[in-house]
Design a protein around this ligand. Structure first.
Ligand SMILES: C[S@@+](CC[C@H](N)C(=O)[O-])C[C@H]1O[C@@H](n2cnc3c(N)ncnc32)[C@H](O)[C@@H]1O
Length: 262
């Protein structure tokens, strides 16, 4: 599946994707010694799932994303939550050197990249961000569980079969949330000269059929979304295939790959 994150896809993303539990924020704060004096750049911030809770822990956060519809929803969420220490920048990973020029002599405490590294040139990015980091700061590459259709759970296999019927082809995307993806991140961090560490936070949480199906639509390209009627039919098919259940339990493992600049 190809994602474009515009239009209704952005709305599905904001409504149905999970945020991050406090333990993930604790781990980031501890890894880089983040404090009120720090600015963090959240690249590929989407609708602000990580940006907003981060803003509660540090001095300021700059959310960067190339998709205006995602950025607009993130900004609105920050306004709703009265998070006045957030700023939003339309751009992608190739714009980080320009951000460095804007910051001048100021450094940042961390760059976070959550569920977005697979869109980026990680080697160039990790090198470009190094001069902007204060000593002890660093880069955190984060995953938020595996895609809903690729998990080792009976409900996930059922969902995948429904999606394959809808799309007419096998659904195999892991969005680099697997071990091979983590290895690429580790290799790139180490070869860019960072001290590497990794950890994970695992927890179980309910997943409603609405969030499951909304999560699927949030991962599609806007121009490939089924019609509203087609979406309702798909939702009913998934619910039926799950034996009429309204929710299942998802086991989520959030990986944190930390590169520290000494
Ligand atoms: C799966 S969402 C992740 C959103 C959020 N960080 C989260 O944890 O849920 C991926 C985001 O990366 C953005 N993106 C895509 N290509 C990018 C690039 N080259 N540089 C920065 N962000 C990019 C997309 O627009 C989208 O908002």
């Amino acid at each position: 599946m190809r994602a474009s994150f515009s239009g209704e896809v952005a709305t599905y993303y904001a409504r149905h994707r999970r945020g991050y539990p406090p333990e993930v924020l604790d781990a980031l704060v501890e890894a880089f010694g983040l404090a009120a004096a720090d600015t963090v750049v959240d690249l590929g911030c989407g609708t602000g799932q990580l940006t907003l809770p981060l803003a509660a822990r540090v001095g300021s956060v700059i959310g960067v994303d190339p998709e205006p519809d995602m950025l607009a929803l993130a900004r609105q969420a920050a306004l709703n939550a009265a998070r006045a220490n957030t700023a939003w920048l339309l751009g992608d990973d190739s714009d980080l050197p320009a951000l460095g020029r804007l910051l001048g002599d100021r450094t940042i405490g961390a760059l976070t990249v959550a569920v977005a590294i697979h869109f980026m040139d990680r080697d160039a990015l990790f090198r470009a961000i190094r001069p902007l980091l204060r000593p002890g700061g660093g880069v955190a590459v984060i995953t938020n569980g595996a895609p809903l259709w690729s998990q080792d759970a009976e409900w996930s296999g059922t969902l995948r079969k429904c999606m394959e019927r809808l799309l007419g082809h096998p659904v195999t995307a892991t969005c680099q949330t697997d071990e091979a993806g983590r290895r690429r991140n580790q290799d790139a961090l180490v070869s860019a000269g960072y001290r590497y560490a990794e950890s994970s936070v695992q927890y179980d949480a309910p997943l409603t059929v609405d969030d499951m199906v909304g999560g699927v639509f949030s991962a599609m390209s806007a121009d490939r979304l089924p019609s509203p009627q087609g979406r309702a039919t798909f939702t009913a098919e998934v619910r039926d295939a799950l034996g009429g259940r309204d929710k299942v339990t998802e086991r989520i493992r959030v990986w944190l790959q930390i590169g520290t600049a000494d």
